[in-house]
Write a protein that binds this ligand. Structure first.
Ligand code: PLP
Length: 351
């Protein structure tokens, strides 16, 4: 079976893990610091905190932004991994769900409707599948209404919007370094901000001192692996983009199939290569039979999953009936890519 994703580890990660074991310094050491500083510099922000998951990163960000009670509303897009909405619920706030656009990210008109109706404190655009949301109109709208913007950049390491990295486009950003991510540590996350006062608030939540805090630290092993993953990120994203280009070229004229679109002024890093087809379930089943790890991302919208208040999200609801992903990772071989292309063509043409 060709898996849907595979981490891209090499000898550097291997050597570093062994080095850490031999050193005896397995947490709070040089790799944790090195990773944190490198990631901050890569995204080009002021402050970076590493935490144990993307979910923790979202949760702490929301607490730092003052989400405490049911009166604190937070707008999330209808299509995302459930951690985006769960973090809001866990922080004590009320999630409000808005629709997505053709880029599969938050739709600005729908967001405006949600803001008018619910008066939220925070908005969480998700850079879904590796393409940044259309951040300028989102930021403009939120600035005008005094609303914080928290980027969910869990799927968008190295993605860009108008030349700026995802993670530098709002007030705070949350990353995940889960096993499947473009920077993978097994588990891990990061919170970034340019604001010293928000940085202080984040620190209060995760560093023991004057305030009650949580231990959400990563170990030296995770940081050591993450450091080398980061050194290879641009090269690996280029590989993903080349595979996406090949897929797009071969799939663009297949009947009923909608290929992903990279929007102007945005750099898509194809964390997930998502296709759409009205006969999605049959296609996924047939691809799996052929040994291709196709998968549905995502089967339900967030308001359906958590029974959350929402504005009209009919586009996202339609998308969840059609969307699926095929294998995408930097170490896919030419033979595997050719086999995937041939199989998708065969299956779609015979549906
Ligand atoms: C969009 C999105 N947000 C949040 C998360 C949560 O990250 P984690 O699994 O590291 O908790 C993930 C992925 O796993 C994700 O894809």
């Amino acid at each position: 079976m060709i898996p849907i994703t595979k981490p891209a580890f090499g000898p550097e990660e291997e050597k570093t893990v062994l080095e850490i074991i031999k050193s005896g310094q397995i947490t709070r050491g040089k790799w944790t610091l090195k990773f944190k500083e490198s990631f901050r510099d890569y995204i080009d922000t002021g402050f970076c905190h590493t935490v144990c998951s993307g979910t923790a990163a979202l949760y702490i960000s929301l607490k730092a932004l003052g989400i405490n009670s049911k009166e604190d509303k937070v707008v999330v897009p209808a299509l995302s991994f459930m951690a985006t909405i769960d973090a809001v619920i866990l922080a004590g706030g009320t999630p409000i769900v808005c629709d997505i656009g053709e880029d599969y990210c938050m739709d600005v008109n729908s967001l405006e409707e949600a803001i008018e109706k619910y008066n939220p404190k925070v908005v969480i655009p998700v850079h879904l599948f590796g393409q940044p949301a259309d951040m300028d109109p989102i930021n403009e709208l939120c600035k005008e209404k005094n609303i914080y913007v928290l980027e969910d950049a869990a799927q968008a390491h190295g993605a860009e919007y108008k030349g700026f990295k995802a993670g530098k486009l709002g007030d705070i950003s949350a990353f995940s370094f889960y096993a499947s991510k473009n920077v993978a540590m097994g588990e891990g996350g990061a919170i970034l901000t340019e604001s010293p006062s928000l940085d202080d608030k984040i620190s209060n939540w995760i560093e023991f001192g004057d305030h009650p805090a949580l231990n959400l630290r990563i170990t030296e092993f995770q940081a050591g692996i993450g450091y080398w993953q980061l050194q290879k990120l641009d090269e690996n994203n280029d590989k993903r983009r080349k595979i996406a280009e090949l897929y797009n070229k071969e799939f663009k004229d297949l009947p009923g199939l909608i290929i992903p679109k990279e929007f102007e002024n945005r750099k898509h890093v194809y964390h997930i290569y998502a296709l759409r087809h009205p006969n999605r379930d049959e296609i996924v089943e047939k691809l799996i039979q052929k040994g291709i790890g196709a998968r549905v991302y995502y089967e339900y919208t967030l308001h359906q999953l958590r029974d959350a208040p929402h504005v009209d999200c009919s586009f996202a609801e339609d998308i969840t009936k059609e969307i699926f992903a095929i294998p995408m990772y930097p170490s896919l071989t030419k033979r595997e890519i050719d086999f995937i292309i041939k199989s998708v063509k065969e299956v779609v043409q015979n549906i």
